[in-house]
Design a protein. Sequence first.
Length: 378
Amino acid sequence: MEEQLTNLAASPLLLIGLSAALAIVLALVVSGLVMRNSQRGDPALQAQIAQMAEQQAALRGALEQMAAGTQSGHGELKRTLDERLDKMGKRLSEGLEKSGEKTGVHLKTLAERLALIDRAQKNIETLSHEVTGLQALLSNKQARGAFGEIQMQDLVKTFLPPSAYRFQETLSNHTRVDCLIRLPAPNDDIAVDSKFPLENWRVMNDAPDPDAKKAAGKLFTAAVNKHVRDIAEKYLPAENISRPAIMFLPSEAIYMDLHTHFPDIIEKSFRAGVAIVAPTTFMATLHTMRAVMKDAQMREQAHVIQREVEVLLDDISRLDERVKKLDTHFEQSKRDIGQILISTNKIKSRSEKIGDLQMEDDAESAELPNITKTESAR
């Protein structure tokens, strides 16, 4: 664009150059004719030459005017071009500045989002490591059993007072139970054992086809039934052990599968005197046990409460008598205040009468001088 404008500005200069060259050629022609005329001495030719000289002078003046006008137009054109170039440069500069600001904002936003993505990636990596560690923990049978037992202990500690349970308690038949919950008399104690049949459940859920799933389901059923049978045989024959005993499953998913797809296992476990619970149902069971303990404690403390109520009734009776006495005092005070008001009203009435008598005396004393003056005039 700038190159085209420069070429356009240079075109008048080219025109001026061509005009000057034409004037020079005409001058040379006229000079040649003058020289030839001077040699021949022809008057007509001299007149013609003089005319051509005048035309040449006129042409020179016209060319000079044209050159001046062209030079002025070139200056104006140059100023116009400079102004337009300045405006265009300013617009380009403003546009580049705005684009730079927008680019900076976008880059800042992009950096913030990348930082969020980076933090999320770190969280995902941490979670992945934790999941890997949990998988390694659950793959070990002993570690898996300890995991379920710790979860059961945490729930018991949360809902029951320390005096209401014992961990790893030895029963009367010399068997050791994971947790023994002591209920108040006449209720017997409740045995709680943690079981985690994870391997068979995983095999059942990872089965590639219905036949394999059915076969794995039979193995899972056999494993759970064995756990139920072991709990019933180990803990229920002991003394002071209530039915049902509790089998704690630390997995809600396994518990839901049992109730959804294996209702026969749940039914057999109840008949055997074993209740299968998951963390949520175990929390509800513990809450009920705590309510039973509080109710028994209230019954044990009933005589204390009754005695305190009797003392409270005595205090209320004394308070009632004192209120009645206070009311009597208030009535007497009310009567005394009434008598005082009567006395004050009488005093006020007598004061008003005395004031009226004094005003009458003043009026009579004012009339006596008038009467004396009248008699003197007579």
